[in-house]
Ligand binder design. Structure first.
Ligand code: COA
Length: 176
C-alpha cells in the first residue's frame, strides 16, 4: 500500500493502553532492545542508534499501513514494551503478524497475552477476514506461549532463510 493509511490503534485493556512510538521513547526502547535477554532470539541486541532507526521505521509503517508495533504502557504511563501488527514475509509470501516485546522487569505477568488479544480484536474489527501469524524462533517458548494463548496453532515452517527455520503460528481471524 502506498500513501497515507487510516491510523489504527487497539482498544485499551484492563491494565494496558496503546499509543504510537515517539522519538522521546528512545531511552526506554533502547534499554529494552539492548537487553540480551529480550533479544536472545534475534541476531544481536540493538544499539541506541539502531533503536532510533527502529522507531523511525515504525513511524513509517504507521503512515503507510495504519499499523505497526505500538508502545504498550500501564494506565499510569509506565512503559511495558511494544505490541502490534506488521507485515512480514513467510516463505516469501506477505503475512500479517502480531509481534511483542516486554521489558524484562515486566515479563511473565500476562502483559504480552493481554496486549496481543487486543490486537486480535483490532484485526477482527478492521482487517478481517484474514490470516494472522506469529513467526517465532523454534526455541522461543515465551513467544509461542503468547501465540497459543491467542488460539494460534503451528501452521507452517518458514524456510526462506538458509540459517534458520522459523515456526509459523497462525489463526484465521473472522470479522467481529
Ligand atoms: C515473548 C514475550 C513478549 C512474552 O511476554 P510476557 O508478558 O512475559 O508473556 P505472558 O506473561 O503473556 O506469557 C505468555 C505465556 O508464555 C509463558 N511464558 C512466558 N515467559 C516464559 C518463559 N520465559 N519460559 C517459558 N514460558 C514462558 C507464560 O507462562 C504464558 O503461558 P500461560 O498463560 O499458559 O501461563 C517476552 O518473553 C519477551 O519480550 N521476549 C523477548 C522478545 C521476543 O522474543 N518477542 C517475540 C518475538 S517472536
Amino acid at each position: 500500500m502506498t500513501g497515507a493509511a487510516r491510523r489504527l490503534l487497539p482498544s485499551p485493556t484492563a491494565r494496558l493502553r496503546f499509543r504510537e512510538m515517539r522519538e522521546d521513547d528512545l531511552d526506554q526502547i533502547a534499554e529494552m532492545l539492548g537487553d540480551p535477554e529480550v533479544m536472545a532470539f534475534y541476531p544481536a541486541v540493538k544499539t541506541h542508534a539502531e533503536s532510533a532507526e527502529w522507531i523511525a521505521r515504525m513511524q513509517e509503517r504507521y503512515r503507510e499501513h495504519g499499523h505497526g508495533l505500538w508502545v504498550i504502557e500501564t494506565h499510569d504511563g509506565e512503559f511495558i514494551g511494544d505490541c502490534g501488527l506488521t507485515w512480514q514475509s513467510a516463505n516469501d509470501a506477505p503475512v500479517l503478524e502480531v509481534g511483542y516485546h516486554v521489558r524484562r522487569a515486566s515479563q511473565r505477568r500476562g502483559y504480552a497475552t493481554e496486549a496481543a488479544r487486543a490486537c486480535v480484536e483490532l484485526v477482527a474489527r478492521e482487517l478481517a477476514p484474514t490470516l494472522l501469524t506469529a513467526i517465532i524462533h523454534p526455541a522461543n517458548t515465551a513467544s509461542r506461549g503468547v501465540a497459543e494463548n491467542l488460539g494460534m496453532t503451528h501452521i507452517d515452517d518458514d524456510r526462506a532463510h538458509p540459517w534458520i527455520v522459523r515456526t509459523v503460528m497462525g489463526m484465521q481471524v473472522a470479522p467481529a
